[in-house]
Design a protein around this ligand. Sequence first.
Ligand code: ADP
Length: 272
Amino acid sequence: SAVSESHTDAFVAFDRVQKSYDGASLVVKDLNLNIGKGEFLTMLGPSGSGKTTCLMMLAGFETATNGEIRLDGTNINMVPPHKRGIGMVFQNYALFPHMTVGENLSFPLEVRGMDKSTREAKIKRALDMVQMGAFANRRPAQLSGGQQQRIALARALVFDPKLVLMDEPLGALDKQLREHMQFEIKHLHESLGITVVYVTHDQGEALTMSDRIAVFNDGRIQQLAPPADLYERPDNSFVAGFIGENNKLPGTIEDLSGDKALVRLATGELID
Ligand code: ADP
Protein backbone atom coordinates (compact mmCIF):
# COMPACT_ATOMS: atom_id res chain seq x y z
CA SER A 1 0.00 0.00 0.00
CA ALA A 2 1.00 3.64 -0.36
CA VAL A 3 0.57 4.49 3.32
CA SER A 4 4.24 5.29 3.86
CA GLU A 5 5.45 6.73 0.60
CA SER A 6 8.16 9.34 0.78
CA HIS A 7 8.40 12.53 -1.25
CA THR A 8 11.26 14.77 -0.24
CA ASP A 9 9.43 17.83 -1.56
CA ALA A 10 6.25 17.36 0.45
CA PHE A 11 4.45 20.62 1.18
CA VAL A 12 2.52 19.07 4.06
CA ALA A 13 3.96 16.08 5.89
CA PHE A 14 2.45 13.97 8.66
CA ASP A 15 5.38 11.98 10.00
CA ARG A 16 4.46 9.04 12.30
CA VAL A 17 1.66 11.09 13.83
CA GLN A 18 -0.46 9.67 16.61
CA LYS A 19 -3.23 11.30 18.60
CA SER A 20 -5.15 10.36 21.69
CA TYR A 21 -7.52 12.69 23.50
CA ASP A 22 -6.82 12.93 27.24
CA GLY A 23 -4.79 9.74 27.36
CA ALA A 24 -7.62 7.63 25.95
CA SER A 25 -6.94 5.18 23.11
CA LEU A 26 -5.36 6.39 19.88
CA VAL A 27 -7.81 7.85 17.37
CA VAL A 28 -4.99 8.54 14.88
CA LYS A 29 -2.71 5.53 14.98
CA ASP A 30 0.35 5.96 12.80
CA LEU A 31 -0.16 8.53 10.14
CA ASN A 32 2.40 9.05 7.40
CA LEU A 33 1.13 11.31 4.65
CA ASN A 34 2.85 13.67 2.25
CA ILE A 35 0.85 16.24 0.34
CA GLY A 36 2.32 18.07 -2.64
CA LYS A 37 2.13 21.79 -3.30
CA GLY A 38 -0.99 22.61 -5.30
CA GLU A 39 -2.51 19.21 -4.63
CA PHE A 40 -6.19 18.61 -3.83
CA LEU A 41 -5.98 15.87 -1.23
CA THR A 42 -9.16 14.41 0.23
CA MET A 43 -9.42 12.54 3.50
CA LEU A 44 -12.36 10.20 2.98
CA GLY A 45 -13.77 7.79 5.50
CA PRO A 46 -16.62 6.93 7.83
CA SER A 47 -17.54 9.00 10.83
CA GLY A 48 -15.08 8.60 13.70
CA SER A 49 -12.17 7.42 11.53
CA GLY A 50 -9.93 10.33 12.57
CA LYS A 51 -10.19 12.71 9.60
CA THR A 52 -11.22 15.84 11.50
CA THR A 53 -8.61 15.15 14.17
CA CYS A 54 -5.95 15.19 11.44
CA LEU A 55 -7.27 18.48 10.10
CA MET A 56 -7.38 20.01 13.59
CA MET A 57 -3.76 19.01 14.21
CA LEU A 58 -2.75 20.53 10.88
CA ALA A 59 -4.65 23.73 11.71
CA GLY A 60 -3.14 23.89 15.20
CA PHE A 61 -6.33 23.46 17.24
CA GLU A 62 -5.16 20.06 18.49
CA THR A 63 -1.65 18.85 19.29
CA ALA A 64 -0.21 15.58 18.03
CA THR A 65 0.48 13.13 20.87
CA ASN A 66 3.45 11.71 18.95
CA GLY A 67 5.18 12.45 15.68
CA GLU A 68 5.75 15.56 13.65
CA ILE A 69 3.68 17.68 11.27
CA ARG A 70 5.60 19.81 8.76
CA LEU A 71 4.39 22.62 6.56
CA ASP A 72 6.74 23.69 3.78
CA GLY A 73 9.57 21.82 5.48
CA THR A 74 9.07 23.36 8.95
CA ASN A 75 7.89 21.46 12.02
CA ILE A 76 4.72 23.31 13.04
CA ASN A 77 3.85 21.33 16.18
CA MET A 78 4.43 24.40 18.37
CA VAL A 79 3.26 27.10 15.94
CA PRO A 80 -0.07 28.74 16.96
CA PRO A 81 -2.96 28.49 14.46
CA HIS A 82 -2.93 32.10 13.21
CA LYS A 83 0.79 31.89 12.43
CA ARG A 84 0.44 28.84 10.19
CA GLY A 85 -0.94 30.66 7.13
CA ILE A 86 -3.82 28.22 6.85
CA GLY A 87 -7.39 29.08 5.77
CA MET A 88 -10.27 26.93 7.00
CA VAL A 89 -13.84 26.25 5.90
CA PHE A 90 -16.28 24.26 8.02
CA GLN A 91 -19.69 22.73 7.40
CA ASN A 92 -21.44 25.16 9.74
CA TYR A 93 -19.76 28.20 8.09
CA ALA A 94 -18.67 29.59 11.49
CA LEU A 95 -19.24 33.17 10.35
CA PHE A 96 -19.48 35.77 13.10
CA PRO A 97 -23.22 36.51 13.27
CA HIS A 98 -22.89 40.02 14.71
CA MET A 99 -20.50 41.16 11.96
CA THR A 100 -21.27 42.07 8.37
CA VAL A 101 -19.82 40.03 5.53
CA GLY A 102 -17.12 42.69 5.04
CA GLU A 103 -16.23 42.62 8.74
CA ASN A 104 -16.11 38.83 8.70
CA LEU A 105 -13.56 38.99 5.89
CA SER A 106 -11.65 41.83 7.52
CA PHE A 107 -11.11 39.86 10.72
CA PRO A 108 -8.39 37.44 9.52
CA LEU A 109 -6.60 40.40 7.91
CA GLU A 110 -6.70 42.50 11.09
CA VAL A 111 -5.36 39.53 13.07
CA ARG A 112 -2.41 39.60 10.66
CA GLY A 113 -1.91 43.32 11.14
CA MET A 114 -2.84 44.51 7.64
CA ASP A 115 -3.67 48.17 7.12
CA LYS A 116 -7.10 49.37 6.03
CA SER A 117 -6.44 49.96 2.34
CA THR A 118 -4.76 46.56 1.91
CA ARG A 119 -7.68 44.96 3.72
CA GLU A 120 -10.25 46.66 1.51
CA ALA A 121 -8.50 45.55 -1.67
CA LYS A 122 -8.20 41.96 -0.46
CA ILE A 123 -11.82 41.83 0.72
CA LYS A 124 -13.06 43.10 -2.63
CA ARG A 125 -10.97 40.58 -4.53
CA ALA A 126 -12.09 37.67 -2.31
CA LEU A 127 -15.78 38.60 -2.58
CA ASP A 128 -15.48 38.91 -6.36
CA MET A 129 -13.83 35.48 -6.42
CA VAL A 130 -17.00 33.90 -5.02
CA GLN A 131 -19.37 36.25 -6.90
CA MET A 132 -20.53 37.96 -3.71
CA GLY A 133 -19.23 41.46 -4.39
CA ALA A 134 -22.61 43.08 -3.71
CA PHE A 135 -23.06 41.54 -0.26
CA ALA A 136 -20.36 43.20 1.85
CA ASN A 137 -22.83 45.02 4.09
CA ARG A 138 -25.18 42.12 4.77
CA ARG A 139 -25.12 40.06 7.93
CA PRO A 140 -24.85 36.27 7.73
CA ALA A 141 -28.48 35.81 8.84
CA GLN A 142 -29.59 37.75 5.74
CA LEU A 143 -27.91 35.24 3.42
CA SER A 144 -28.94 31.81 2.14
CA GLY A 145 -26.96 28.74 3.18
CA GLY A 146 -25.14 28.67 -0.14
CA GLN A 147 -24.28 32.36 0.10
CA GLN A 148 -23.00 31.89 3.65
CA GLN A 149 -20.84 29.02 2.46
CA ARG A 150 -19.41 31.24 -0.30
CA ILE A 151 -18.56 33.90 2.30
CA ALA A 152 -16.89 31.27 4.47
CA LEU A 153 -14.85 30.26 1.43
CA ALA A 154 -13.95 33.90 0.72
CA ARG A 155 -12.91 34.38 4.35
CA ALA A 156 -10.63 31.34 4.13
CA LEU A 157 -9.00 32.68 0.95
CA VAL A 158 -8.84 36.39 1.77
CA PHE A 159 -5.37 36.41 3.35
CA ASP A 160 -3.73 34.34 0.56
CA PRO A 161 -3.22 31.26 2.69
CA LYS A 162 -0.51 28.72 1.87
CA LEU A 163 -2.96 25.96 2.51
CA VAL A 164 -6.76 25.67 2.74
CA LEU A 165 -8.46 23.07 4.92
CA MET A 166 -12.10 22.19 4.35
CA ASP A 167 -14.10 19.98 6.69
CA GLU A 168 -17.37 18.79 5.13
CA PRO A 169 -17.81 22.32 3.75
CA LEU A 170 -20.83 21.44 1.65
CA GLY A 171 -22.54 19.07 4.07
CA ALA A 172 -25.32 21.50 4.95
CA LEU A 173 -26.27 22.31 1.35
CA ASP A 174 -28.86 20.60 -0.81
CA LYS A 175 -27.70 18.27 -3.57
CA GLN A 176 -27.91 20.68 -6.48
CA LEU A 177 -26.09 23.49 -4.69
CA ARG A 178 -23.54 21.03 -3.34
CA GLU A 179 -22.68 19.91 -6.86
CA HIS A 180 -22.45 23.49 -8.04
CA MET A 181 -20.17 24.44 -5.14
CA GLN A 182 -17.96 21.39 -5.79
CA PHE A 183 -17.40 22.82 -9.23
CA GLU A 184 -16.67 26.30 -7.85
CA ILE A 185 -14.21 25.03 -5.26
CA LYS A 186 -12.44 22.93 -7.86
CA HIS A 187 -12.25 25.94 -10.16
CA LEU A 188 -10.77 28.12 -7.39
CA HIS A 189 -8.29 25.39 -6.53
CA GLU A 190 -7.10 25.26 -10.12
CA SER A 191 -7.13 28.98 -10.88
CA LEU A 192 -5.40 30.00 -7.63
CA GLY A 193 -3.02 27.04 -7.52
CA ILE A 194 -3.73 26.54 -3.82
CA THR A 195 -3.12 23.37 -1.84
CA VAL A 196 -6.35 21.95 -0.42
CA VAL A 197 -6.92 19.29 2.22
CA TYR A 198 -10.57 18.35 2.07
CA VAL A 199 -12.44 16.14 4.54
CA THR A 200 -15.61 14.33 3.56
CA HIS A 201 -17.48 11.10 4.13
CA ASP A 202 -19.09 11.52 0.69
CA GLN A 203 -17.40 9.23 -1.83
CA GLY A 204 -18.93 10.92 -4.85
CA GLU A 205 -17.61 14.29 -3.76
CA ALA A 206 -14.15 12.85 -3.15
CA LEU A 207 -14.05 11.10 -6.51
CA THR A 208 -15.01 14.21 -8.50
CA MET A 209 -12.77 16.74 -6.78
CA SER A 210 -9.54 15.10 -5.67
CA ASP A 211 -6.08 14.63 -7.11
CA ARG A 212 -5.57 11.91 -4.52
CA ILE A 213 -7.77 10.40 -1.84
CA ALA A 214 -6.60 9.06 1.51
CA VAL A 215 -9.19 6.50 2.63
CA PHE A 216 -9.37 6.48 6.43
CA ASN A 217 -10.70 3.80 8.72
CA ASP A 218 -10.13 3.39 12.43
CA GLY A 219 -7.36 5.97 12.71
CA ARG A 220 -5.33 4.68 9.77
CA ILE A 221 -5.01 5.38 6.08
CA GLN A 222 -6.22 2.26 4.30
CA GLN A 223 -5.16 3.47 0.85
CA LEU A 224 -3.77 6.62 -0.71
CA ALA A 225 -4.30 6.91 -4.43
CA PRO A 226 -5.87 8.92 -7.26
CA PRO A 227 -9.64 8.40 -7.54
CA ALA A 228 -9.52 6.07 -10.54
CA ASP A 229 -6.96 3.80 -8.87
CA LEU A 230 -9.06 3.47 -5.74
CA TYR A 231 -12.00 2.51 -7.84
CA GLU A 232 -10.16 0.12 -10.11
CA ARG A 233 -7.54 -1.29 -7.75
CA PRO A 234 -8.70 -1.13 -4.13
CA ASP A 235 -5.96 -2.42 -1.78
CA ASN A 236 -8.31 -4.21 0.55
CA SER A 237 -11.91 -5.08 1.15
CA PHE A 238 -12.56 -2.04 3.32
CA VAL A 239 -11.63 0.32 0.48
CA ALA A 240 -13.51 -1.75 -2.07
CA GLY A 241 -16.60 -1.78 0.12
CA PHE A 242 -16.46 1.87 1.05
CA ILE A 243 -15.78 3.18 -2.43
CA GLY A 244 -17.84 0.59 -4.25
CA GLU A 245 -20.91 0.30 -2.13
CA ASN A 246 -21.39 3.99 -1.87
CA ASN A 247 -20.94 4.65 -5.53
CA LYS A 248 -23.60 2.11 -6.28
CA LEU A 249 -21.51 -0.25 -8.32
CA PRO A 250 -23.76 -2.29 -10.56
CA GLY A 251 -23.04 -5.42 -8.50
CA THR A 252 -21.10 -6.78 -5.55
CA ILE A 253 -17.34 -7.14 -5.19
CA GLU A 254 -16.49 -10.80 -5.69
CA ASP A 255 -12.71 -11.09 -5.71
CA LEU A 256 -9.86 -8.78 -4.73
CA SER A 257 -6.95 -11.21 -5.09
CA GLY A 258 -5.91 -10.04 -8.56
CA ASP A 259 -4.89 -6.52 -9.46
CA LYS A 260 -8.47 -5.52 -10.15
CA ALA A 261 -11.68 -5.97 -8.21
CA LEU A 262 -14.04 -8.44 -9.82
CA VAL A 263 -17.63 -7.32 -9.61
CA ARG A 264 -20.54 -9.70 -10.06
CA LEU A 265 -23.52 -8.10 -11.76
CA ALA A 266 -27.09 -8.95 -10.91
CA THR A 267 -27.14 -10.94 -14.16
CA GLY A 268 -24.38 -13.18 -12.79
CA GLU A 269 -21.77 -11.79 -15.20
CA LEU A 270 -18.33 -10.89 -13.75
CA ILE A 271 -16.68 -7.60 -14.72
CA ASP A 272 -13.55 -5.85 -13.49
P1 ADP B 1 -14.00 11.86 11.71
O1 ADP B 1 -13.63 13.25 11.31
O2 ADP B 1 -13.43 10.83 10.77
O3 ADP B 1 -15.47 11.68 11.93
P2 ADP B 1 -12.86 12.48 14.30
O4 ADP B 1 -11.43 12.86 14.10
O5 ADP B 1 -13.85 13.55 14.49
O6 ADP B 1 -13.29 11.51 13.10
O7 ADP B 1 -12.97 11.50 15.53
C1 ADP B 1 -12.10 10.40 15.74
C2 ADP B 1 -12.34 9.85 17.14
O8 ADP B 1 -11.89 10.81 18.09
C3 ADP B 1 -13.80 9.58 17.47
O9 ADP B 1 -13.87 8.42 18.23
C4 ADP B 1 -14.20 10.80 18.28
O10 ADP B 1 -15.22 10.47 19.19
C5 ADP B 1 -12.92 11.15 19.00
N1 ADP B 1 -12.83 12.60 19.29
C6 ADP B 1 -12.88 13.60 18.37
N2 ADP B 1 -12.75 14.80 18.96
C7 ADP B 1 -12.60 14.56 20.28
C8 ADP B 1 -12.42 15.39 21.44
N3 ADP B 1 -12.34 16.72 21.33
N4 ADP B 1 -12.30 14.79 22.63
C9 ADP B 1 -12.36 13.44 22.75
N5 ADP B 1 -12.53 12.60 21.71
C10 ADP B 1 -12.65 13.15 20.49
